[in-house]
Design a protein. Structure first.
Length: 72
């Protein structure tokens, strides 16, 4: 006998909306970081290479969390 969303207690719409809001929040955080990157370079005297490394570390966390969260 197959279980439906109602029988298993999972609310599919709430789960979908929650994941959409999580993706929107991630997009906003990426855009804010990209906007402040030149100010960080000026304030701390960072080179373009160092700024690229900083930006890479921020972007690396998202795919890692997606893989680990997807497995869970």
């Amino acid at each position: 006998m197959e279980t439906t969303d109602n029988q298993s207690g999972v609310n599919g719409k709430r789960l979908f909306y929650g994941s959409c809001f999580a993706i929107i929040t991630t997009a906003f955080s990426f855009s804010i970081r990209a906007g402040i990157l030149p100010q960080l370079g000026d304030e701390f005297g960072l080179t373009a290479h160092q700024l690229g490394f900083i930006n890479q570390m921020w972007f690396l966390g998202f795919p890692i969390s997606m893989v680990i969260g997807g497995l869970i």
